[in-house]
Design a protein around this ligand. Structure first.
Ligand code: FAD
Length: 550
């Protein structure tokens, strides 16, 4: 039977920001955001650029003529090329507001199944085109920035959005086989009637995909225990230019290196993840949560460490320094704030919260808001400091573009390092960033929080904002980005805990990972992607002298 034609799925998204077309921010929202930024940075009269329109964007003509056999699911239409050019990082947003789309792909493909993916691989292989897998498009690290224009005769983005179904559910083992292009809301919607949830909720949940989460090792809802998506993967299916790999469904195995781990975090360089058996959770029935304030960030961090090492495994343990707490409405700017939450589908969790609060009090923590099973903890978590934080966390992505529109440098970086060096490393990171802000930009803000926690160390998340102009914002961003990245690597931290390496962090990733391991990755890629067409420039480079045959 002939397959139906395929193209972009569902409501169109804005190419310049977060959200759907037509969901524009009101002038009031923009003004409030601008006033907030002016107040935080102590500057005035910021000029806010207007949102770009499709008509204003100029593209190079597509270099590719789509063959008849592929035209049912490939396109060279302008909107499709524009929306697939950039991710959602600060650099992406700034180039979008500069109307700079020199890197637009030539073709966007919307495969309907694995056969279509294999056909694209064959076609790209024969013609020397680069292939860029695309999930939700929420990368903030240049995950699908195309190669330089003259490096390949053509660039094809493969958008997996039509692979968006749950294919099988195994309620006994509590797992489901899920297609990789599904976005967070559709995934949970399809699991809900079965009383199950994946409960992987990165801030980008609304517009990021299962395949993207796996390809980038994203971190979601759980602050401890199941932090990364890695541990929720039971088995993967991956289509590569060399063939398809289907790993075996197993709860655990000691049979050699885990084959799934070859692809988890491979950032689209080794093949396209088409579906995965994922481990699920029962839907949450019991909750207990509290917000606790600390006079000193480092004293509070000691309480957080002890909670993590006590085996309590809170689902939520966001620990915000005083500025981060103020920005998110969880504090007044004088104290650091811990938002602590426990949850279960099976049993009350009040005792865990009780023990967590005892530990906080030992380190001078003051409980500001608290609720357990008897007090409707869900309601409480949606009001007061916890509710304010939750609201801002969900709402702010819709305003992410305004920083670029204002020409203000604003970005985040995240890492992880061990507790034994926590104060020393954190102090030095803060010092280096503040010094660079002061010396080169006349000032700025850096604040931090813990978003994920391990018994042997935290995963701190730093937010940076600094004054700049529309003309120099990218240079200012690059300078601060490099200072922060150098600090992480020199101080023995990781270049990323969950945002992935992408093109943004590639030079520092090379310093973090042993050269022999990188050669092993290159050898694996040569086997799986013999023509080196998948995501050129990410994670590994083609070994010098490697001849591409065919
Ligand atoms: C507002 C905002 C908040 C964010 N919050 C979080 C957060 O809380 N936690 C977190 O971890 N990250 C977060 N991120 C970063 C981003 O959402 C994650 O990296 C996410 O996992 C990317 O998923 P995606 O489907 O959007 O992938 P994309 O951005 O489409 O792609 C990311 C990379 O994966 C590759 N890829 C995509 N799909 C596949 C596939 N099926 N097979 C092989 N390769 C593939 C792409 O080629 C690319 O290299 C945030 C980003 C934004 C903009």
């Amino acid at each position: 039977m002939a397959k139906e034609k395929s193209g972009y799925y569902g409501t169109r998204r804005k190419f310049w920001s977060w959200g759907y077309e037509g969901e524009d921010n009101s002038q009031d929202e923009i003004r409030t955001m601008r006033d907030r930024v002016e107040q935080r940075l102590g500057i005035k009269d910021i000029e806010v650029l207007s949102d770009p329109t499709l008509d204003e964007i100029e593209l190079y003509p597509s270099r590719i003529k789509i063959p008849r056999t592929l035209e049912d699911f490939c396109t060279t239409e302008k909107w499709d090329r524009v929306v697939h050019t950039y991710g959602k990082g600060f650099k992406d947003m700034t180039l979008i507001y500069r109307r700079d789309f020199k890197k637009a792909p030539d073709v966007v493909a919307y495969p309907r199944d694995e056969e279509d993916i294999a056909a694209i691989f064959d076609w790209c292989g024969e013609n020397g085109y680069a292939c860029i897998p695309y999930g939700g498009g929420s990368s903030v690290t240049g995950g699908f920035w195309g190669p330089e224009r003259d490096a390949f005769p053509g660039v094809v983005v493969i958008d997996l959005g039509n692979l968006n179904q749950i294919l099988e559910i195994d309620p006994v083992s509590r797992c489901a086989r899920i297609q990789a292009g599904i976005l967070g809301p559709a995934l949970e919607e399809q699991l809900k009637p079965h009383g199950l949830t994946l409960r992987h909720i990165p801030q980008s949940w609304e517009f990021s995909s299962l395949g993207g989460w796996i390809a980038t090792r994203s971190s979601g809802h759980y602050a401890t225990h199941l932090t990364h998506i890695d541990d929720m993967v039971e088995s993967l299916r991956v289509v590569t230019p060399a063939g398809t790999i289907q790993n075996r469904r197993l709860p655990a195995s000691g049979a050699g290196p885990n084959p799934d781990r070859m692809f988890i975090g491979s950032e689209g360089t080794m093949g396209i993840i088409t579906d995965a058996w994922m481990r699920l959770q029962g839907r949450v029935k019991f909750r207990a949560n509290a917000s606790i304030s600390f006079k000193s960030f480092y004293e509070g961090a000691k309480a957080v460490r002890q909670i993590t090492q006590a085996g309590l495994f809170p689902a939520n343990a966001r620990y915000l320094d005083e500025q981060d707490a103020k920005f998110y409405g969880a504090g007044d700017g004088t104290d650091s704030v811990l938002l602590l939450g426990f949850e279960s589908a099976d049993h009350p969790v009040d005792a865990w919260l009780e023990r967590g609060l005892e530990i906080c009090k030992d380190f001078g923590g003051v409980v500001k808001q608290r609720a357990g099973t008897a007090d409707n903890a869900l309601e409480t978590s949606r009001s007061g400091p916890q509710g304010n934080w939750r609201h801002q966390f969900r709402y702010l992505p819709r305003l992410m573009h305004t920083r670029a529109a204002m020409g203000i440098v604003s970005f985040t970086f995240e890492t992880a390092y061990t507790w034994d060096r926590f104060e020393e490393v954190d102090t030095e990171i803060m010092r280096r960033v503040r010094t660079a802000q002061k010396e080169h930009l006349g000032g700025g803000i850096v604040c931090r929080r813990f978003s994920f926690l391990y018994p042997d160390g935290p995963a701190p998340y730093y937010s940076i904002m600094a004054p700049s102009t529309h003309a120099n914002s990218l240079e200012a961003y690059s300078m601060l980005h490099d200072v922060a990245s150098d600090a992480l690597i020199e101080l023995g931290a990781t270049i990323t805990h969950h945002h992935a390496v992408g093109k943004s962090f590639r030079p520092w990733y090379d310093k973090e990972v042993d050269p022999l391991f990188r050669r092993v990755l290159a050898a694996a890629k040569t086997e799986l992607d013999p023509k080196w067409m998948l995501n050129p420039g990410l994670i590994v480079d083609k070994p010098t002298g490697l001849k591409i045959v065919g």
